[in-house]
Structures are given as structure tokens and as C-alpha cells.
Design a protein around this ligand. Sequence first.
Ligand SMILES: [Fe+2]
Ligand SMILES: [Fe+2]
Length: 194
Amino acid sequence: MNYDEITDRLMSTLKPKRYLHSVGVAYTAACLAMRYEYNIDTAYRAGLLHDCAKSMSDEELLDYCEKHDIEVSEYDRKSVNALLHSKVGSVLAKEEYNETDEKVCSAIRWHTTGKKAMDLLEKIIFVADYIEPSRRPLPNLDHIRRLAFEDIDTAVLKIYESTILYLKSIKEDDIDPLTIEAYEYYRNITEKTT
Ligand SMILES: [Fe+2]
Ligand SMILES: [Fe+2]
């Protein structure tokens, strides 16, 4: 699919604010790709597509997972839309948007939770999703936006710190162990380089 076809389809499925966010992530990802010498087209496309499943209801997401053999964890069931739109999006990108680049699908798959040892595109989309211009103000956002263009691993670490603080503030300690594992991974690798 070319960009016009992708944006037409996204415009017809996403709410206007979500569409604007997707375009913001695409351009931010393209800028990060320039900074870190990654393929700009690939980063832009992954940014455009990253929330392609976001407009699906919880029922539709769960149904899609069942039909496509997508694993649903106990944490996914607690926050269906927040966690499953990335897993479903990575398959939907292939099926509905003819995305053939596995790296793009993987960046979509991991954009919400991140994971330890992400590849560069996964980090670019994880960070771009957090810092794109239409994001509502979050604590530390200005600092993280600057860091993203200085050292992307440190930006990933700071995003985890903010996310964990936020999750603790609303649900106490009920945090996916994979998030804690990823946070510790980036804390260790950034400590070694600073
Ligand atoms: Fe998302
Ligand atoms: Fe997003």
C-alpha cells in the first residue's frame, strides 16, 4: 500500500485525534530515524500504522486474537484495549495494510509495553509514541523529548520510570513483570555507558 492508501484507510477507521496522533508519531519517528541513521520510510510507515487497531472494541480485539492465535496474557485481560491493540495491530498491519516488513510489524507489536533489548525501530516507535507533539503534557515530557535525540536508550529508561510511577499511582504494584524486567534492562545498559 502506498502512503495515500494507508492514510485514507486510517482516516476512515480512527477517530480524528487518534489519526492526528498517528501522523505525529510517523513524523517524529522519521526525525528519530534521521538522527540515528535508520531508514526514514520504514520508520514513517511504522509510525503511521502503530495504532491501526486502536479503534477496535474490547470484544473485537479478543475475538481477533482468538481467530488469529494471538496469545492473551492475564495482564492483557485487565486492560484489553491498552495492551491488545498493539498485538492485534501487528497482524492487522499485514492483513489489512499489506505490510510485509517484519521489523515494522514487530515495532507495532511492542510499541505499548516495549521490551528489553529492543531493536532500533522498536525503540524509535516506542519513544515517538510517547513524545509526538500532540501528546497531552506528561511529567518530564520536555526532558524526555530532548533526551530522545541525545541518547535513545536513556529516553526509553525515562519513559519506563514515568510509566511505572504512573501505574503505581493508579494501581499500586500491579505491574506486568515484563515491564519491570525491561526497565531494569535499560537501567543496567545506560548505567554502563554513563
Ligand atoms: Fe498505541
Ligand atoms: Fe500511539
